[in-house]
Design a protein around this ligand. Structure first.
Ligand SMILES: *Cc1c(COP(=O)(O)O)cnc(C)c1O
Length: 434
């Protein structure tokens, strides 16, 4: 499998090359040259396969010759070392919990998969030192820091918006030290993301250091997220009903992976792109105009993205056919007030404690069920983070105290190590002078 740039102005590369480069030289996102299709036989066997087998079949066609089957299997076994339970909440709604990894958010899978792919790439080429530059709206930073912690020959530099991530998130990205550095940016996530993009096309910089990205624009992170949808399909509580999946979306990488799995043949009828007040995509689907605004801070901060990088890939999957996209994807935006109300409603009616992102996903299903006959549908929303990551909001809204999961008991006691950063000039200076 080869990957070409969606700006169509640079040469195609293999899987591991695309993982190493992150973005193509023309600043475009990489996209596979063709979409694989799943055989009917494979689909009929999904319910009897292990998560590792499913993940292998899902991603194998995207790897090509770059990894042997044995290497890929080892990477998958190392990546998927925790559970992905589907929890039924009502007759038609279930939660797929993606937060049982080391940093308690779904991004662990993509980050771990990418870290292990890069380790193979480096080992094969006895590569020079790599610097991973990553912008985070909250959860990416922690997952990438954990995935790459103490990785040989790899330095990780994380940019995060000052005062706009939760306490647990900040601890996860600022307390590791060693090969992990956190830069605290006076600005929004979009500002952080812009600086990262600028760094990649700054020739003066890229001549001196070997930069790569671990944002969801990196194909290793993006494609590994397909696993969730196979697991959702396998464990759906009502196989006789049509499956619809609601994805709380920010940069739209996770949704893009789901749509990819669907277009390869995985039987998912419909997707719901659920967003917070950052409503660029719901507005686009309604009006046809793509008009990103300044991003708005919300209680589901990992989705405070107004110009989602991966949306262009979703358009590409549908051959830029707006009506085809609308046939498979609905999108709704929800305010913080509605999100808190959903948290309370879920807790009161089903005793389920969601996090604010999952609650947005739940609201998306409810909205969609106003348009279709709910009794024929099985809705699954992705519960993308553990509620403890947003403890002040969840505890305040539900008037309860959450238990600390074992993953973060020690973490909360460690001191924060971060470097304040003003602008791109300062970032460049920092990278060149380290
Ligand atoms: C990153 C994140 C999202 C958004 O995922 P995208 O792939 O960027 O759309 C949603 N919820 C949580 C908890 C996240 O960390």
């Amino acid at each position: 499998m080869n990957y070409s740039s969606l700006n169509y102005n640079s040469s195609t590369v293999s899987f591991l090359e695309a993982v190493k480069k992150g973005l193509a030289t023309d600043r475009g996102l990489y996209f596979p040259e063709k979409l694989p299709t799943l055989s009917a036989e494979f689909i009929s066997q999904i319910s009897s396969m292990s998560n590792h087998e499913l993940a292998f079949h899902a991603i194998h066609p995207f790897i090509g010759e770059d990894l042997t089957e044995k290497e890929l299997k080892t990477i998958i076994e190392d990546t998927l070392r925790f559970e992905f339970p589907v929890v039924p909440l009502t007759n038609s709604i279930a939660s797929l919990e993606l937060f049982h990894g080391p940093t308690l958010a779904f991004k662990d899978v993509g980050a771990r998969f990418m870290a292990r792919c890069l380790a193979y790439a480096n080992q094969k080429e006895k590569g020079e030192k790599l610097t991973i530059l990553v912008a985070t709206s909250g959860d990416t930073g922690g997952a990438v820091a954990d995935g790459f912690y103490e990785a040989e020959g790899i330095d990780v530099v994380i940019l995060y918006p000052k005062g706009k991530v939760s306490e647990v998130q900040e601890k996860q990205l600022t307390t590791l030290g060693k090969n992990i550095t956190a830069l605290e940016v006076a600005g929004s996530f979009d500002d952080c993301q812009d600086m990262v993009k600028t760094a990649f096309i700054d020739v003066e910089l890229t001549q001196h250091i070997n930069l790569t990205s671990a944002n969801s624009i990196n194909i290793a992170r993006w494609l590994a997220q397909m696993f969730y949808y196979f697991i959702a399909y396998k464990n759906r509580p009502h196989p006789e009903k049509e499956l619809v999946i609601s994805v709380p979306s920010g940069n739209f990488g996770n949704l893009c992976a789901g749509i990819m799995a669907q277009q390869m043949g995985l039987p998912i009828k419909h997707f719901i792109a659920s967003t917070n007040s950052n409503a660029t995509i719901p507005n686009y689907l309604e009006t046809g105009n793509y008009e990103p605004q300044q991003s708005i801070p919300t209680i589901s901060n990992a989705m405070d993205v107004s110009d989602p990088s991966n949306f262009i890939r979703i358009q590409k999957i549908f051959n830029n056919d707006f009506y085809k996209l609308k046939k498979f994807v609905s999108s709704y935006s929800f305010s913080d007030t509605k999100t808190k109300k959903a948290l309370r409603e879920l807790y009161k009616n089903t005793h389920y404690i969601a996090d604010p992102h999952g609650a947005v996903g739940y609201l998306g299903l409810q909205e969609y069920f106003k348009e279709v006959d709910e009794t024929n549908h099985q809705g699954i929303f992705l519960e993308t983070a553990h509620p403890i990551k947003f403890a002040p909001t969840v505890e305040g809204t539900l008037k309860l105290k959450l238990d600390l999961p074992s993953q973060i008991e020690d973490l909360m006691k460690k001191p924060k190590l971060s470097i304040p950063l003003e602008d791109y000039k300062a970032l460049k200076k920092f990278l060149l002078e380290r």
